[in-house]
Structure formats: C-alpha cells, structure tokens
Design a protein around this ligand. Structure first.
Ligand code: AP5
Length: 206
C-alpha cells in the first residue's frame, strides 16, 4: 500500500503519518524531515536546500526526486508525507513506481482553512532531538520537555509557504482527483477523528 499525504503546511500530515507508521508499520517518508536532517548535518543536499526552506519556497524538483529515488524502500507499506508537491514531482513519482510495478493507492487531502493553519503552525513546537511534534494548545509537550519553534513557522515565512502551496501544490488535488484516488479529509477535526477516518479508508488490516 502506497499512500500520499497532501495538504497545506501545518494541516497535520506529519502527525497522522507518525501515528499510522507506529501502529501499522508503514515506512514514513517525510521530505521535510529528510531535508531538515540534511541541513543539520550540512550535507551537499542540505547546503543547497537551506536557502529555499528558510524563505518558505520549494526545493528544486530535481533534488527532491533524486532524494525520493534514493530512500524509497524496495518492499513494504509507504506513506509519502509532503511529497509530491508539484505536478512534475507527481509525474516523476508515477514513473518511478511504474518501473517497480507499483502505484499510489490513495492520496489523502488534508483540507483546512488558513486560520486553522496559522493557529497550528504558530503553536507548533518540536523536540530538537527526536523530531517529536507538539502543539502548545492541542497537544502540549510533557512538563520540563525541551522544545523549540521551527524557523519556518515564523509568521512571515508561513505566509510565503501558504502562497507557494496554493500556486504549486494545490493543482495536485485535481491531478489525483482525475485518477480517482483522492480522499478528502476534514483536517480541522481533532487528531483522533482524522486518524479514524484514514483507517476507515485503508481498511483495518492495513
Ligand atoms: P515540510 O516539513 O513538509 O512542511 P509542510 O508541508 O509545510 O508541513 P508541516 O510539517 O509544516 O505540517 P504538517 O502538515 O506535517 O503538520 P503537523 O502534523 O506538524 O516542508 C518544509 C520545507 O521543506 C518546505 O517549505 C520546502 O522548502 C521543503 N520541502 C519539503 N518537501 C518538499 C518537496 N516535496 N518539494 C520541494 N520542497 C520541499 O501539525 C502542525 C501542528 O498542528 C502541530 O503542532 C500538531 O501538533 C498540530 N496538529 C496536528 N493535527 C492536529 C489536529 N487534528 N488538531 C489540532 N492540532 C493538530
């Protein structure tokens, strides 16, 4: 089973992907997490990606596609979180999977209006060591836990990320709707309710 989690920044894609991979053994591929790790380790990819990420822009397609080719597992169930994000990435994914005799099974579209996004991103805090994600109001970190705010969760970068999402990523909704594999989720619901909806679509066995 190959799942794509698509939606605006902060809609809850990473939160749901972590739950599902923990409970059901999916391999969770988050291009955002992989890029942040590359930036931390100052790898050649990280050095190239950093300036785009800091500005809230997308990292160039060729770098991202090469990254996915490198990390995509030979076997097993996969969640692609935050990839694809452009039509070019979606087409490259289709081609890569076709060569392996695979295809995307479902694309979950996390639908949430801007005011929800802004509230979620401004309250998001992460554990810098484990990458664990919290929210000051909706999912508070345990007392005494050291957490930080992501650089790109500052208000001016959030505005840019939303604009980039609308322009470059939102067209994928149509792309996958036409393929008949798009599942729209009401991402404004609480974490457990969104999770239950996802499990209902993929079936309990998976
Ligand atoms: P990336 O890390 O992918 O950022 P994003 O898509 O903007 O997504 P987020 O991680 O911000 O949000 P999320 O939907 O996972 O929400 P979360 O679960 O954390 O990308 C960062 C950058 O990397 C990009 O800007 C770009 O530069 C680059 N990049 C990455 N992929 C790329 C690609 N394919 N191509 C090119 N460039 C790429 O939740 C948010 C908050 O809300 C948390 O605090 C959480 O606790 C809370 N929350 C979650 N669900 C709920 C709920 N149901 N109710 C209440 N609170 C909730």
């Amino acid at each position: 089973m190959i799942l794509v989690f698509l939606g605006p920044p902060g809609a809850g894609k990473g939160t749901q992907a972590k739950l599902l991979s923990k409970e059901k053994g999916y391999v969770h591929i988050s291009t955002g997490d992989l890029l942040r790790e590359a930036v931390r380790k100052q790898t050649p990819l990280g050095k190239k990606a950093k300036e785009y990420m800091d500005r809230g822009e997308l990292v160039p397609d060729e770098l991202i596609i090469a990254l996915i080719e490198e990390v995509f597992p030979e076997h097993g169930k996969v969640i692609l979180d935050g990839f694809p994000r452009t039509v070019a990435q979606a087409k490259a994914l289709d081609e890569m999977l076709k060569k392996r005799g695979l295809k995307v099974d479902y694309v979950f579209f996390f639908d949430a209006p801007d005011e929800v996004i802004v509230e979620r991103l401004s309250g998001r805090r992460v554990d810098p060591e484990t990458g664990e994600v919290y929210h000051v109001k909706f999912n508070p970190p345990p007392p005494g836990k050291k957490v930080v705010q992501r650089e790109d969760d500052k208000p001016e970068v959030v505005r840019k990320r939303l604009a980039v999402y609308r322009e470059q990523t939102a067209p994928l909704i149509d792309y996958y709707e036409r393929k008949g594999i798009l599942k729209k989720l009401d991402a404004t619901k609480p974490i457990e309710e969104v999770y239950a909806e996802i499990k209902e679509v993929i079936g309990n066995g998976d």
